[in-house]
Design a protein around this ligand. Structure first.
Ligand code: 2AM
Length: 181
């Protein structure tokens, strides 16, 4: 397999943790997005829909087993089995059209905090901004959020979370941990 390599010769991967989106929900979201008739931005391919938990960026391949071991040891909170994504928003700074959770469950925020803390000893910095669970529908989006004919009430099934590698515009699952009660 072709591997990205740093100038020092060290192989690395671009990694992030996320909640995956199942096939039927991807289809439903893509259909709802079509109904918005977006006039701006680049739609995120439905195959790439996800809710980022923690973005790690470029990580040495040799660190991946230690990352997985740290998450294995984490006491995972009992996360509700569904996450309601119910607000269509434009994130102006990121130029992203997103579906956001207006009331993110505390257990999900706790999970993200737990991941951040578990990875600090491995040299992964905690994010500087507050975590806001969202699913990006389009990038390079300018202007106001479009009018939605039907309310964006998407209940995302939360059964596990996944460590993904981002490569060539696609996301590849490397490991996954169970969640929810
Ligand atoms: P998002 O667009 O849903 O926020 C993989 O690259 C994913 O990680 C992206 O789809 C993006 O998810 C998130 N991501 C990418 N770069 C990031 C950054 N610098 N900070 C936080 N999240 C980032």
């Amino acid at each position: 397999m072709i591997q990205d390599v740093r100038s020092t010769g060290t192989p690395f991967k671009r990694l992030f943790f996320a909640l995956p989106v199942g096939d039927s929900q991807r289809r439903a979201l893509a259909q709802w997005r079509r109904s918005l008739n977006l006039r701006s931005g680049k739609p995120v391919p439905a195959a790439n829909f996800h809710v980022t938990l923690l973005f790690l960026g470029d990580v040495d391949v040799a660190q991946v087993p230690a990352i997985c071991a740290a998450v294995d040891k984490l006491a995972l909170p009992a996360t509700p089995a569904r996450l309601l994504l119910d607000r269509l928003q434009v994130w102006q700074r990121a130029n992203a059209l997103v579906l956001e959770a207006q009331q993110p469950p505390g257990a999900l925020l706790q999970l993200v905090y737990g991941l951040q803390q578990a990875l600090l000893p491995l040299g992964m910095e905690a994010a500087s901004r507050d975590y806001r669970p969202h699913l990006t529908l389009a990038r390079d989006f300018r202007g106001q959020p479009p009018e939605a004919g039907s309310a964006p009430d998407f209940y995302l099934a939360v059964r596990h979370f996944t460590l993904y590698e981002s490569r060539k515009g696609a996301y590849w699952p490397l490991a996954q941990w169970p969640l929810s009660y």
